[in-house]
Design a protein around this ligand. Sequence first.
Ligand SMILES: [Zn+2]
Length: 124
Amino acid sequence: MYQICKTYSFEAAHQLRNYEGDCARLHGHHWEVSVCIEGQELDAIGMLLDFGDVKVAIQATIGHYDHNFLNEIPPFDEINPTAELIARTIFRALHDRIPQLAATARLVYVQVGESPTAWARYWE
Ligand SMILES: [Zn+2]
């Protein structure tokens, strides 16, 4: 079994609703999104999946988050933009794209960090 993981980042503001604490105020983070993919078979040149293809897929998913206010971007206009729910949203958006890139590959998890020491991971 092979796993490949890639980390991307973006800058964005958010504000938690129905929450008592610092994150109730408008503020920004340097968000780090890690995507991990696994599979048992490599292609003819020894790759599970081209990191370049992973980059394109994730940029199509979160590119519009960068330098934006997450609370105004669906689904975060309706659900809280917590690290947990951002991870779930990205996971579900990417889940069906990965097997299209490599038939035997599958998405393992998406991890979203809002600081170097605080992150949430989601998988199904
Ligand atoms: Zn925050």
